[in-house]
Design a protein around this ligand. Structure first.
Ligand SMILES: Nc1ncnc2c1ncn2[C@@H]1O[C@H](COP(=O)(O)OP(=O)(O)OP(=O)(O)O)[C@@H](O)[C@H]1O
Ligand SMILES: Nc1ncnc2c1ncn2[C@@H]1O[C@H](COP(=O)(O)OP(=O)(O)OP(=O)(O)O)[C@@H](O)[C@H]1O
Ligand SMILES: [Mg+2]
Ligand SMILES: [Mg+2]
Lengths: 228, 228
């Protein structure tokens, strides 16, 4: 699905240049369930944004379903993203003036699905993340963990081929976190959705088939603590 | 320092009323180090906002340093808050157009401390949360865990009598999380700052002297897993 080779990213803040990613090699195949850990500031979100076609690398190459990303223009990137990728942002990025169900329905309406159908499917997905009772709340009427679950539902509502989740259980108590991991497992096992999870939680990493770590801007594959 | 009795909070969303807090009794004394755990959506942030004078209860009473909160007007609440309370928000709430050091310096400039001094103290505090190398970055140039540490530095820069922290290690890897807990321990032991931490992380709770849980809108004191 995704193939990164020598991917690098540098930023400039004023006169100072920082090389955040230094040469990332990583393949994501259909059905993978991969965790990525690493220190705060090590570049995990930067990497996931590049994988999600939300940002471009400054060095290296990436292929999405066999096509070179640098050969695609912004519209093509945007289409690929909308059709195939579900993204859970570290800071959720819900639209503040829409309710939970409207937020989750949005990717469906972008695909031309009529509003009633979209809202129905949105509410079904919200039930799956135990948010069925707050569908009419706006984000500022939801707790942190509830907002996180709405963001997860929105990423999954289009049944994407690839789910990229940036610390998706960070705001959840251990029990609710387990429910979410169980949902990811199910989607991965039953629907073959490839899942890449950035996490600081070793318990989450333990439940993934493969584990990786971002150290000094490079990916190292670590042994899976438990083979599934 | 703080004394809550029978504190309740209800919200209305359209025609539906929800009683989130149902009768919270809780005392916070100088030098306490308390953790509060509970399910996502159980009311922890709601409770902390009330304790931090950012919100008012709908039932019950609260005293701050012996004074009844309901007898204080908004200016008096605001003064008490600025002088005595440091608050780390679950969503950080940094000002987007200021750098890390400007964000941390802000509470000091509010107290009339001149800008140069305030920025110096801010940068010293940023060093203490291992953010010394990113002082000129704005929030959108920082990782999630870096933003969280800036929010922590801002809450501590005025040496408040009471630190209220809403999931302060949620975005941090285990090592960085340990550094932050060590800092809280030091401030509590050496400067006598009372610390109340909402957390989903049992390891964080284990390092607190007292532990509480919010269940069905009420506080239950649980046994400290380790006495210090
Ligand atoms: N727009 C930007 N300009 C400059 N530097 C940036 C920018 N965005 C991120 N950085 C820097 O890049 C580094 C990596 O950031 P990133 O958000 O990818 O980290 P992370 O591994 O996700 O961290 P966390 O675990 O705290 O979320 C950080 O040191 C950050 O300061
Ligand atoms: N402004 C509001 N209007 C209506 N309901 C609200 C409002 N703010 C919060 N709530 C509801 O109050 C409940 C408690 O919210 P709170 O943010 O205190 O939970 P929490 O324990 O901090 O959860 P988390 O661990 O997910 O951060 C939630 O069920 C939420 O939906
Ligand atoms: Mg991140
Ligand atoms: Mg909360």
């Amino acid at each position: 699905l995704l193939s990164l080779s020598g991917v690098g990213k540098r930023y400039a803040v004023g006169p100072v240049q920082t090389q955040v990613l230094k040469g990332v090699d990583l393949d994501v195949k259909a059905g993978d369930l991969l965790s990525i850990m690493g220190e705060s500031g090590s570049g995990k979100s930067t990497l996931l944004n590049i994988m999600g076609l939300l940002d471009r690398p400054t060095e290296g190459a990436m292929r999405v379903a066999g096509r070179d990303v640098s050969a695609m223009n912004d519209d093509e990137l945007s289409d690929t993203r909308n059709l195939s990728i579900g993204f859970v942002f570290q800071a959720f990025r819900l639209l503040p003036r829409m309710t939970a169900s409207e937020n989750v329905a949005l990717p469906l309406t972008y695909r031309g699905i009529d509003r009633m159908q979209a809202l129905e499917r949105a509410q079904a997905m919200l039930k799956k993340v135990a948010m069925g009772e707050r569908v009419d709340h706006r984000p500022d009427q939801l707790s942190g963990g509830q907002q996180q679950r709405v963001a997860i539902a929105r990423a999954l509502v289009t049944s994407p081929a690839l789910l990229l989740a940036d610390e998706p259980t960070g705001a959840l108590d251990p029990n609710t976190g387990r429910e979410i991991m169980q949902l990811f497992h199910e989607l991965n096992a039953v629907e073959g959705i490839a899942v890449v999870i950035i996490t600081h939680d070793r318990e989450v990493a333990r439940q993934c088939v493969h584990n990786a770590e971002l150290v000094e801007g490079r990916i190292t594959r670590t042994a899976a603590p438990t083979a599934v």
